[in-house]
Design a protein around this ligand. Sequence first.
Ligand code: GUN
Length: 297
Amino acid sequence: MILLDGKALAATIHKELKVSVQQLHERGIEPHIALLLVGDNPASLSYVRSKSRACEQVGIRSTVLQVSADTSREDVLDIVRQWNDDPAVHGILVQLPLPPHIAAEEIIEAIDPRKDVDGFHPVNVGRLVLGLPTLVPCTPAGIVELLRRYDLSVHGKHVVVVGRSTIVGKPVANLLIQKARWADAVVTICHSAADDLFRYTRSADVLIVAVGRAEMITGEHVREGVIVIDVGINRIDDPSTPKGYRIVGDVEFASVAPKASAITPVPGGVGPMTIAMLLHNTITAAEGTAWQKPLFP
Ligand code: GUN
Protein backbone atom coordinates (compact mmCIF):
# COMPACT_ATOMS: atom_id res chain seq x y z
CA MET A 1 0.00 0.00 0.00
CA ILE A 2 1.33 3.41 -1.01
CA LEU A 3 0.63 6.33 1.30
CA LEU A 4 0.13 9.33 -1.00
CA ASP A 5 2.15 11.94 0.86
CA GLY A 6 0.62 15.23 -0.21
CA LYS A 7 2.59 17.14 2.41
CA ALA A 8 5.97 16.03 1.06
CA LEU A 9 4.88 16.52 -2.54
CA ALA A 10 3.56 20.00 -1.82
CA ALA A 11 6.96 20.88 -0.29
CA THR A 12 8.64 19.78 -3.54
CA ILE A 13 6.19 21.85 -5.60
CA HIS A 14 6.78 24.89 -3.35
CA LYS A 15 10.50 24.67 -4.19
CA GLU A 16 9.70 24.63 -7.91
CA LEU A 17 7.29 27.55 -7.52
CA LYS A 18 9.95 29.61 -5.72
CA VAL A 19 11.94 29.56 -8.96
CA SER A 20 8.93 30.87 -10.91
CA VAL A 21 8.40 33.59 -8.31
CA GLN A 22 12.08 34.56 -8.60
CA GLN A 23 11.69 34.87 -12.38
CA LEU A 24 8.68 37.15 -11.88
CA HIS A 25 10.65 39.28 -9.42
CA GLU A 26 13.41 39.64 -12.02
CA ARG A 27 10.79 41.00 -14.43
CA GLY A 28 9.72 43.50 -11.75
CA ILE A 29 6.48 41.67 -10.93
CA GLU A 30 5.64 40.88 -7.31
CA PRO A 31 2.93 38.20 -7.38
CA HIS A 32 0.21 39.22 -4.96
CA ILE A 33 -2.93 37.48 -3.74
CA ALA A 34 -5.74 39.17 -1.83
CA LEU A 35 -7.83 36.98 0.46
CA LEU A 36 -11.18 37.99 1.91
CA LEU A 37 -12.69 36.36 4.96
CA VAL A 38 -16.20 37.41 5.95
CA GLY A 39 -16.91 36.49 9.58
CA ASP A 40 -14.85 34.44 11.98
CA ASN A 41 -15.62 30.78 11.31
CA PRO A 42 -12.64 29.03 13.00
CA ALA A 43 -12.08 26.50 10.20
CA SER A 44 -12.20 29.23 7.53
CA LEU A 45 -9.83 31.42 9.54
CA SER A 46 -7.40 28.54 9.83
CA TYR A 47 -7.58 27.83 6.05
CA VAL A 48 -7.01 31.49 5.18
CA ARG A 49 -4.03 31.67 7.54
CA SER A 50 -2.52 28.51 6.01
CA LYS A 51 -2.95 29.88 2.50
CA SER A 52 -1.44 33.24 3.41
CA ARG A 53 1.51 31.63 5.21
CA ALA A 54 2.24 29.31 2.27
CA CYS A 55 2.21 32.31 -0.10
CA GLU A 56 4.73 34.21 1.98
CA GLN A 57 6.97 31.13 2.14
CA VAL A 58 7.39 31.04 -1.64
CA GLY A 59 7.68 34.81 -2.01
CA ILE A 60 4.11 35.63 -3.01
CA ARG A 61 2.75 38.72 -1.30
CA SER A 62 -0.55 38.13 0.46
CA THR A 63 -3.10 40.58 1.80
CA VAL A 64 -5.69 39.15 4.17
CA LEU A 65 -8.79 41.22 4.83
CA GLN A 66 -11.15 39.97 7.51
CA VAL A 67 -14.49 41.77 7.84
CA SER A 68 -17.37 41.13 10.21
CA ALA A 69 -20.09 38.58 9.46
CA ASP A 70 -22.71 41.33 9.15
CA THR A 71 -20.88 43.16 6.34
CA SER A 72 -23.35 44.03 3.59
CA ARG A 73 -23.28 42.32 0.20
CA GLU A 74 -22.65 45.76 -1.38
CA ASP A 75 -19.56 46.27 0.79
CA VAL A 76 -18.22 42.83 -0.10
CA LEU A 77 -18.80 43.60 -3.80
CA ASP A 78 -16.95 46.92 -3.36
CA ILE A 79 -13.92 45.14 -1.88
CA VAL A 80 -13.84 42.70 -4.79
CA ARG A 81 -14.21 45.50 -7.35
CA GLN A 82 -11.37 47.46 -5.73
CA TRP A 83 -9.09 44.43 -6.03
CA ASN A 84 -10.25 43.87 -9.63
CA ASP A 85 -9.17 47.43 -10.46
CA ASP A 86 -5.85 47.23 -8.61
CA PRO A 87 -3.07 46.20 -11.04
CA ALA A 88 -0.88 45.21 -8.06
CA VAL A 89 -3.37 42.44 -7.12
CA HIS A 90 -3.07 39.36 -9.34
CA GLY A 91 -5.21 36.85 -7.47
CA ILE A 92 -8.47 37.24 -5.54
CA LEU A 93 -9.87 34.62 -3.18
CA VAL A 94 -13.10 34.96 -1.23
CA GLN A 95 -13.17 32.24 1.40
CA LEU A 96 -16.36 30.17 1.42
CA PRO A 97 -18.84 29.68 2.95
CA LEU A 98 -20.18 33.24 3.12
CA PRO A 99 -22.80 34.33 5.68
CA PRO A 100 -26.38 33.44 4.63
CA HIS A 101 -27.30 36.99 3.57
CA ILE A 102 -24.59 37.00 0.86
CA ALA A 103 -25.00 34.84 -2.25
CA ALA A 104 -21.62 33.30 -3.06
CA GLU A 105 -22.52 33.10 -6.79
CA GLU A 106 -22.96 36.85 -7.02
CA ILE A 107 -19.64 37.58 -5.31
CA ILE A 108 -17.75 35.03 -7.39
CA GLU A 109 -19.22 36.41 -10.58
CA ALA A 110 -17.96 39.87 -9.62
CA ILE A 111 -14.33 38.67 -9.50
CA ASP A 112 -12.26 39.40 -12.61
CA PRO A 113 -12.06 35.86 -14.08
CA ARG A 114 -8.34 36.32 -14.82
CA LYS A 115 -7.77 36.96 -11.10
CA ASP A 116 -10.05 34.12 -10.01
CA VAL A 117 -7.37 31.86 -8.49
CA ASP A 118 -10.06 29.51 -7.08
CA GLY A 119 -11.33 28.85 -10.61
CA PHE A 120 -14.93 29.29 -9.46
CA HIS A 121 -16.05 32.04 -11.87
CA PRO A 122 -18.64 30.80 -14.44
CA VAL A 123 -16.29 31.76 -17.28
CA ASN A 124 -13.51 29.59 -15.82
CA VAL A 125 -15.93 26.74 -15.04
CA GLY A 126 -17.05 26.87 -18.67
CA ARG A 127 -13.48 26.93 -19.94
CA LEU A 128 -12.67 23.87 -17.81
CA VAL A 129 -15.65 21.95 -19.20
CA LEU A 130 -14.56 22.90 -22.72
CA GLY A 131 -10.98 21.81 -22.02
CA LEU A 132 -9.63 25.32 -22.63
CA PRO A 133 -6.70 26.82 -20.69
CA THR A 134 -8.02 28.23 -17.41
CA LEU A 135 -7.44 28.65 -13.71
CA VAL A 136 -8.37 25.17 -12.45
CA PRO A 137 -10.03 24.85 -9.01
CA CYS A 138 -7.26 24.10 -6.52
CA THR A 139 -8.45 20.84 -4.92
CA PRO A 140 -9.23 19.11 -8.25
CA ALA A 141 -5.91 20.35 -9.68
CA GLY A 142 -4.13 19.07 -6.56
CA ILE A 143 -5.72 15.62 -6.92
CA VAL A 144 -4.66 15.32 -10.56
CA GLU A 145 -1.16 16.52 -9.71
CA LEU A 146 -0.88 14.05 -6.84
CA LEU A 147 -1.88 11.12 -9.08
CA ARG A 148 0.39 12.34 -11.88
CA ARG A 149 3.48 12.71 -9.71
CA TYR A 150 2.95 9.25 -8.19
CA ASP A 151 2.67 7.95 -11.76
CA LEU A 152 -0.84 6.61 -11.10
CA SER A 153 -2.57 6.82 -14.45
CA VAL A 154 -6.37 7.03 -14.54
CA HIS A 155 -6.39 6.49 -18.31
CA GLY A 156 -9.31 4.19 -19.15
CA LYS A 157 -9.98 3.52 -15.47
CA HIS A 158 -13.26 3.87 -13.61
CA VAL A 159 -13.05 6.88 -11.32
CA VAL A 160 -15.96 7.20 -8.90
CA VAL A 161 -16.45 10.62 -7.32
CA VAL A 162 -18.62 10.77 -4.21
CA GLY A 163 -19.94 14.33 -3.84
CA ARG A 164 -21.22 16.80 -6.45
CA SER A 165 -20.00 20.10 -5.06
CA THR A 166 -18.93 22.94 -7.33
CA ILE A 167 -15.64 23.17 -5.40
CA VAL A 168 -14.54 19.54 -5.82
CA GLY A 169 -16.96 16.93 -7.20
CA LYS A 170 -18.06 18.57 -10.43
CA PRO A 171 -14.70 20.10 -11.43
CA VAL A 172 -12.62 16.99 -10.63
CA ALA A 173 -15.00 14.90 -12.76
CA ASN A 174 -14.72 17.43 -15.58
CA LEU A 175 -10.93 17.38 -15.38
CA LEU A 176 -10.65 13.61 -15.39
CA ILE A 177 -12.88 13.08 -18.44
CA GLN A 178 -10.72 15.39 -20.59
CA LYS A 179 -9.05 13.71 -23.52
CA ALA A 180 -5.50 13.94 -22.24
CA ARG A 181 -2.67 11.71 -21.18
CA TRP A 182 -3.16 12.37 -17.45
CA ALA A 183 -6.95 12.13 -17.62
CA ASP A 184 -9.08 10.07 -20.01
CA ALA A 185 -10.92 8.32 -17.18
CA VAL A 186 -14.46 6.96 -17.18
CA VAL A 187 -16.11 8.96 -14.42
CA THR A 188 -19.20 8.34 -12.29
CA ILE A 189 -20.45 11.04 -9.91
CA CYS A 190 -22.43 9.79 -6.89
CA HIS A 191 -24.41 11.97 -4.51
CA SER A 192 -26.86 11.88 -1.64
CA ALA A 193 -29.74 10.70 -3.83
CA ALA A 194 -27.91 7.53 -4.93
CA ASP A 195 -30.16 4.60 -3.96
CA ASP A 196 -27.26 2.16 -3.57
CA LEU A 197 -23.89 3.83 -3.00
CA PHE A 198 -22.09 0.47 -2.60
CA ARG A 199 -22.98 -0.49 -6.17
CA TYR A 200 -20.90 2.42 -7.45
CA THR A 201 -18.07 2.62 -4.92
CA ARG A 202 -17.34 -1.11 -5.20
CA SER A 203 -16.78 -0.78 -8.93
CA ALA A 204 -14.26 2.06 -8.53
CA ASP A 205 -10.63 1.71 -9.62
CA VAL A 206 -10.10 5.17 -8.15
CA LEU A 207 -12.42 6.52 -5.46
CA ILE A 208 -12.49 10.26 -4.77
CA VAL A 209 -14.55 11.23 -1.73
CA ALA A 210 -15.56 14.86 -1.16
CA VAL A 211 -18.72 14.91 0.91
CA GLY A 212 -17.81 16.43 4.27
CA ARG A 213 -19.08 13.55 6.42
CA ALA A 214 -16.58 12.04 8.84
CA GLU A 215 -15.48 8.50 7.94
CA MET A 216 -18.57 7.74 5.84
CA ILE A 217 -16.68 5.43 3.45
CA THR A 218 -15.60 2.18 5.11
CA GLY A 219 -13.81 -0.98 4.01
CA GLU A 220 -17.21 -2.39 3.01
CA HIS A 221 -17.52 0.23 0.26
CA VAL A 222 -14.35 -0.62 -1.67
CA ARG A 223 -12.71 -3.45 -3.52
CA GLU A 224 -9.13 -4.75 -3.20
CA GLY A 225 -6.55 -2.61 -4.98
CA VAL A 226 -8.58 0.60 -5.09
CA ILE A 227 -6.82 3.98 -5.13
CA VAL A 228 -8.49 6.27 -2.58
CA ILE A 229 -8.39 10.06 -2.56
CA ASP A 230 -9.93 11.46 0.63
CA VAL A 231 -10.82 15.14 0.34
CA GLY A 232 -12.67 15.40 3.67
CA ILE A 233 -11.45 17.55 6.54
CA ASN A 234 -13.78 16.95 9.50
CA ARG A 235 -13.30 18.00 13.09
CA ILE A 236 -14.54 15.39 15.54
CA ASP A 237 -14.61 15.76 19.31
CA ASP A 238 -11.74 14.04 21.09
CA PRO A 239 -11.25 15.11 24.71
CA SER A 240 -7.96 13.17 24.85
CA THR A 241 -6.27 15.71 22.53
CA PRO A 242 -4.98 19.15 23.65
CA LYS A 243 -7.40 20.98 21.30
CA GLY A 244 -10.36 18.78 22.23
CA TYR A 245 -10.85 17.65 18.63
CA ARG A 246 -9.03 15.80 15.89
CA ILE A 247 -9.20 15.89 12.12
CA VAL A 248 -10.50 12.91 10.15
CA GLY A 249 -11.37 12.43 6.50
CA ASP A 250 -14.54 11.26 4.77
CA VAL A 251 -12.89 7.82 4.60
CA GLU A 252 -12.45 5.48 7.56
CA PHE A 253 -8.72 5.02 7.10
CA ALA A 254 -8.33 1.99 9.40
CA SER A 255 -10.78 -0.19 7.44
CA VAL A 256 -10.09 1.13 3.92
CA ALA A 257 -6.26 1.37 3.88
CA PRO A 258 -5.68 -2.43 4.17
CA LYS A 259 -7.68 -2.96 0.94
CA ALA A 260 -6.24 0.00 -0.98
CA SER A 261 -3.24 -0.02 -3.32
CA ALA A 262 -2.77 3.70 -2.58
CA ILE A 263 -4.52 6.14 -0.25
CA THR A 264 -4.19 9.74 0.91
CA PRO A 265 -3.93 10.38 4.65
CA VAL A 266 -5.92 13.10 6.43
CA PRO A 267 -4.31 15.39 7.33
CA GLY A 268 -1.30 15.49 5.00
CA GLY A 269 -2.92 14.26 1.76
CA VAL A 270 -5.08 16.46 -0.45
CA GLY A 271 -5.04 19.55 1.82
CA PRO A 272 -1.41 20.60 1.21
CA MET A 273 -1.81 19.90 -2.53
CA THR A 274 -4.78 22.28 -2.64
CA ILE A 275 -2.61 25.03 -1.21
CA ALA A 276 0.26 24.25 -3.62
CA MET A 277 -2.18 24.64 -6.53
CA LEU A 278 -3.42 27.96 -5.14
CA LEU A 279 0.17 29.23 -5.23
CA HIS A 280 0.52 27.86 -8.76
CA ASN A 281 -2.65 29.65 -9.89
CA THR A 282 -1.53 32.90 -8.30
CA ILE A 283 1.80 32.75 -10.14
CA THR A 284 -0.03 31.94 -13.39
CA ALA A 285 -2.33 34.93 -12.86
CA ALA A 286 0.68 37.17 -12.15
CA GLU A 287 2.36 35.92 -15.34
CA GLY A 288 -0.80 36.89 -17.22
CA THR A 289 -1.07 33.39 -18.74
CA ALA A 290 -4.28 32.19 -17.02
CA TRP A 291 -5.97 31.53 -20.35
CA GLN A 292 -2.87 30.45 -22.27
CA LYS A 293 -1.26 27.52 -20.49
CA PRO A 294 -2.74 24.25 -21.74
CA LEU A 295 -4.78 22.34 -19.14
CA PHE A 296 -2.56 19.28 -19.49
CA PRO A 297 0.98 19.94 -20.70
N1 GUN B 1 -13.94 26.74 1.28
C1 GUN B 1 -13.61 25.44 1.26
N2 GUN B 1 -12.76 25.19 0.24
C2 GUN B 1 -12.54 26.37 -0.39
C3 GUN B 1 -11.74 26.75 -1.50
O1 GUN B 1 -11.06 25.95 -2.16
N3 GUN B 1 -11.77 28.07 -1.81
C4 GUN B 1 -12.53 28.96 -1.14
N4 GUN B 1 -12.50 30.22 -1.54
N5 GUN B 1 -13.27 28.64 -0.11
C5 GUN B 1 -13.28 27.34 0.26
